[in-house]
Design a protein around this ligand. Sequence first.
Ligand code: HSE
Length: 312
Amino acid sequence: MNQVPTFCRVWAPATVANLNVGFDALGCALKAPGEFMEFRRMSQPGVHLVNGPNTALPLEVEANVAGKAAASLLSALGNPFGVEVTVTKSILPGSGIGSSAASAVAAVVGIDALAEAGMRRDELLPFALDGEAVASGARHADNVAPALMGGMTLIDPQGKVCPLPVPTSWHLVVLHPQVVIKTAESRAVLPGEVPLSDAVNQAAWLGRFVHDLHAGNELEAMYALEDLLVGPHRGALMPHWDACQTAAKDAGARAGGISGSGPSSFWVCRSAEEASEVGAALQRVMSAQGMGHHLHVTTISTQGAHVVSQSH
Ligand code: HSE
């Protein structure tokens, strides 16, 4: 007999959006941190949310990123069953490394698996964006697309997702100082208009970055990560930003900047050893300032959110 899945556990990655050259358009998935979400079929229809350990999210479906994304996809599938969704946050909300995107994406991957719907990642994207919009008020895909598809993605202004070659030799350091910067606050400091020369130069840096990835110039691509439009305005919101930039560069980081809307920052290195030194240098800055923080030394995940276990 062909039994349907009754339970599944999904992993979803943190993501770094913008990457200096692609504000609201570029992002990549990280191997760590990531988080898990669990799904159980229920006879009772609808989505029933449960907070896992160390998680205190609103449990109303419409106010919860995972709940909204799950309900949206279930509805499109004709509400074939009810589901209990246990959300356990490891990627902290307000960290700038795609917390809401991880929730939204895990939700649609889990529902797709329980329903055995076999949907493609690009087909799941709009339902994940329904969830993301609960958190950010907008359907930004710069975190959602790489969390769903893995690797590095570029989203054009019409929403077309372009997967880019993944610079697998990159080692990334992500520093998360323990302050919360709301995305709305971080967007409010940005100018409505920018000088034409900055727009032209930023377009050229993004073009060169995409070219370098396609040409396999992974080292050259690091040096194209120039932020002319956003970083200069947001730096003032970042804790001890000047000291972090100096410490990371002095320790060997080849490039770096603000991850998404902050307060996390990302640093690109050529080797695990270099990344470890950059991480230690950033930790010294945080400790000297008495600033609590999390540090992740990681690489880009070519895999997006996926089912790690299921039972029938
Ligand atoms: N790209 C957004 C921003 C964050 O920097 O405000 C993620 O959607």
